[in-house]
Structures are given as C-alpha cells and as structure tokens.
Ligand binder design. Sequence first.
Ligand SMILES: [Zn+2]
Length: 338
Amino acid sequence: MAVFLPGGALLPPQQQTLRGEVVFSGIGLHTGRFSRVTVCPAPADHGRVFVKSGVRIPAEADYVGDTTRCSTLTHQGEVIHTVEHLLAALYALGVDNAEIRIEGTEAPALDGSARPFADGLLEVGIEPQGVPPHNLFFSELVWVRDGDRHVIAIPGEGLTVGACVDFGRPYAGPQNFCYSLEGPHRSLEAMQLGGRAWGPCAGLLPQLRQPAAEGGTPLSVFLDELAPARTFCFEDWIAAIRAAGLGSGGSLDNTLVLGERGPSTPLRFPDELARHKTLDLLGDMALVGARLQASVIGIKAGHALHVAAAHQIRKLVHDPQHPGDRPSPAASLSRSAR
Ligand SMILES: [Zn+2]
C-alpha cells in the first residue's frame, strides 16, 4: 500500500489531493441502485466537489438538501445521497481537493462503513500540493438543539469529533466515543477544556472514550477504530424506513441490524453505534468546506442537526452583514500554515 503522509501528521500544513484516480462502485444503501464513483485529483483551492451529469456540486452545507437518514447533496435538479462516509474518509486522510464524479444517485454503501473508502484512497496515495490549507476558525460556541438532541461546537485547534448515543435498548444503551485528528493526547483534553467553558455538557464529557489514548496515531486510530464502524438500524425501524422509500439497498452485508435476538452480524466494536455516529459527524463536518478548528460533540444527534451545526459555523464566516465574505469578528477562514 502506497501511503504518503508528510511528517507522519494526519493533516499536514499544506493542501493535499490524490495521486491518481480511484473507483468505488456498488449498491446504494437507500436507493438500492448501482452507482460508480471516481475520485480524481484536483488542483489546490478546488475543494471537494461532486460532478454528476455535468453539474458541479460542492460538498458544502449550502448544497445539502435532505437529511433523512443520510446527507444528500443537491444542485440544479441533480441529487446525490449518502455522501457522509466518503467525505469522512476524505477529510480524515487530508484530501482537501478532489473531483468526485458519480454515475448514479447515491454513493455506494460498500460494507456500510468508511473503511473501504479509506483503503482505496490510501492505495492510490495522497499528494501534497505545497499550498497552505484553508482553516476555519471561529470564536463563538455553536449549539444547535432539537429537544434532547444537541450538537455543540467548541472553538479549538484541529478537529475533534465525539458522539453520545442512548437508544435505551439492549446493545444500544449509553455509548460514547470521540476521535481527534490532532492525535491521542488532544481529544479528551479538548473536550474537557470545552466542557469547562460550557457547564451543562461537562457531565457528559468525562464519559467520552478515546481509545487513541491507549496508543496509535491519528491515522491508525481512524483506520482501525473509527472508519470500520458500520451503518446500523433497529429491526423495528425497517418497515418505517422502507415506507419512507429509503433503505432499498440495505442488507446484512452493509447494515448492522439490531433486533431482539441481538446484532445481525457480530459487532465490530461493543460501542459500534457511537463510533458510527462519530464517523457520520466527521463526514458532515467536512461540509464546512475547510479544515475546521473545533471540538464538536453530537448528543443523540443525526444528520439534520450535524448539518445545521455546519451551516451555523459557515454562517459565522460568511456573514451577510459582512459584505464580500469578509470574516466576521466571530470567525475567520484563513489560509495559514498551522
Ligand atoms: Zn452513516
């Protein structure tokens, strides 16, 4: 496997793209239709942009249409479902610039996780581009909520994502996970610092588990601990998911189904649900369209709240009261080498 990560850092202080093209194909989880995605190198400052039937759709929150059970990008009548796992892999591997050509209407489900995407991207190799990255800094706390579901983004350095879930069921009680692209020492530290700043969240933070603290690099932790966590659903959700016209491509090969008798296939991790939610959050945070400098925690959250938070963060940068997209005092989009 050809892996090139300058200095061993997961996100080096320069933009990166791929060294060549890589193809992923298979059935889409929700449409049940075959699709083929070709991820291609792109120049510096290009960003991650999908191309479907000649329409260019930047992977940014402004282009998100529906968030029912997956994140869907839409523009000029074209729709691409379930982009989050591919985006999580691109973000975590530091692929800032890519043209993602898609034939079909949904990214392939593969095994329901981001690991096959990450393996394919690493196989083709990552190419540094010698141009400082776009970093998104903000100084206000961003908090979006819907009842007892929350996403809280705390300004920080580097990106740390964490998820707390509790479905109140066997195999799906309280689970917590967090992952930092800055390395093992950063994630809990960042969350705990944030917790001090935001009292009500503080009780939850010590419960966040960060296996990276037990060893490993940000890359190995992503590949071994986060990327393999699969899409899941509960047996008694399936009728409603199908009734909503979704999940047509769902199978035991790409979805972890939890029923009264337990998981459909052996769990990859005891807390696989919290890990997958963390992965989804990472993929949805990629929609800010820059390297986000924050600790973001989702509590019982899903795509709708993740994307709402990404919107809110982007709004801090692209504030209409600050014409010309100049950074507001609360946030800035910089191109500094950090
Ligand atoms: Zn997912």
